[in-house]
Design a protein around this ligand. Structure first.
Ligand SMILES: C[S@@+](CC[C@H](N)C(=O)[O-])C[C@H]1O[C@@H](n2cnc3c(N)ncnc32)[C@H](O)[C@@H]1O
Length: 303
């Protein structure tokens, strides 16, 4: 990218970032250049977070998907990995529309009164938090009516993102949806009042990204929080690792979200097979509740 273009691109990125930081995203994108800048600078991080989130749905397939506030459709490759055959993107900014196989674009404001298309999978990726509380409840209740199976909500891993998710989680539970990840239960979030449940994914930064974002590191950590809920109850098979596990020579300790709240699981090195398995596990990943059952090593003091 030539210097003049890089400078203008950087200015647009900064303007967008400022609005998001000040929670002014409602103002929307100001021009085509901002839309282009947003697409280029956000797509890699969004896709990295979505890949992590959708890993919690491994083994599931969906025929139809709907995304509300799809932006440029960063979710496209991730949805295709779930074998989705038909995708509907609802987005108010026409500048984001691009030719994608099996995608129908609806360029319109999803706050307007109309029925959302029925879909197996409904996604809100970094869009719900842009709405005020009443709007969130309005679009969520309409999404619930159109949902044939699963709803996924992803937000930035900030306290604002977490608060948005907690309100959505309460609403989903009240409306008889079952929470599948990151918590596999309907009890109060164990992080409430003591922190906020969020996760992190590391992704490489290209040279252009480094120059534009002004950083020197060859990577960035995208912080996100999310919720996956479904109309169907499923058997609890996994616990999610809530923070970075503490790995020592003789033991591993990790905070897990369990149906009985947040618990510390401790595995000693002499439990060789389990130790080897858990050593590979990181923050936000799942551990099978099966491999932990029978090993009475849950403690209450958090890592
Ligand atoms: C932060 S961007 C996220 C884009 C995309 N989902 C992603 O993760 O890359 C939020 C998007 O939601 C769209 N949006 C917000 N409110 C909307 C509304 N009421 N109707 C349609 N689109 C909306 C914005 O235009 C923007 O493209």
């Amino acid at each position: 990218m030539e210097d003049r273009k890089k400078k203008s691109f950087k200015e647009h990125v900064q303007a967008i970032q400022k609005r998001y930081k000040n929670l002014d995203a409602k103002e929307g994108f100001q021009n085509e250049k901002e839309i282009k800048a947003y697409t280029l600078f956000r797509t890699p991080a969004t896709q990295a977070a979505l890949k992590k989130v959708f890993s919690h749905l491994e083994g599931k397939t969906f025929k139809t998907a709907l995304e509300l506030g799809s932006g440029p459709g960063s979710s496209y490759p991730v949805l295709k990995d779930l074998f989705v055959e038909k995708i509907v993107y609802i987005e108010k900014e026409a500048g984001f529309r691009r030719e994608l196989e099996d995608v129908t674009w609806m360029i319109r404001n999803f706050l307007e009164k109309f029925t959302y298309p029925k879909s197996d999978l409904i996604l809100f990726s970094y869009s719900l938090g842009e709405l005020n509380f009443e709007e969130q409840i309005d679009v969520l209740s309409r999404a619930l009516e159109s949902s044939e199976d699963t709803i996924v909500i992803v937000e930035p891993g900030t306290t604002h993102g977490y608060d948005t998710l907690m309100r959505a989680r309460d609403f989903l539970i009240k409306n008889e949806f079952f929470i599948h990840a990151p918590c596999f239960h309907a009890k109060s979030c164990p992080k409430r009042g003591v922190g906020w449940c969020h996760f992190s994914v590391r992704l490489e930064r290209s040279k252009v990204h480094r120059q534009i974002k002004g950083g020197t590191l060859g990577y960035e950590d995208e912080k996100y929080c999310f919720i996956i809920a479904s109309k169907k109850r499923e058997e609890n098979k996994f616990f999610t690792i809530l923070d970075a596990p503490k790995v020592e020579k003789h033991r591993i300790r990790m905070n897990l979200c369990t149906p009985d709240g947040q618990k510390v699981f401790e595995c000693k090195a002499n439990n060789r097979e389990l130790f080897k398995t858990l050593k590979k596990k990181g923050w936000g990943e799942m551990v099978s509740s099966g491999i932990l059952s029978g090993v009475d090593d849950f403690k209450n003091d958090l890592v």
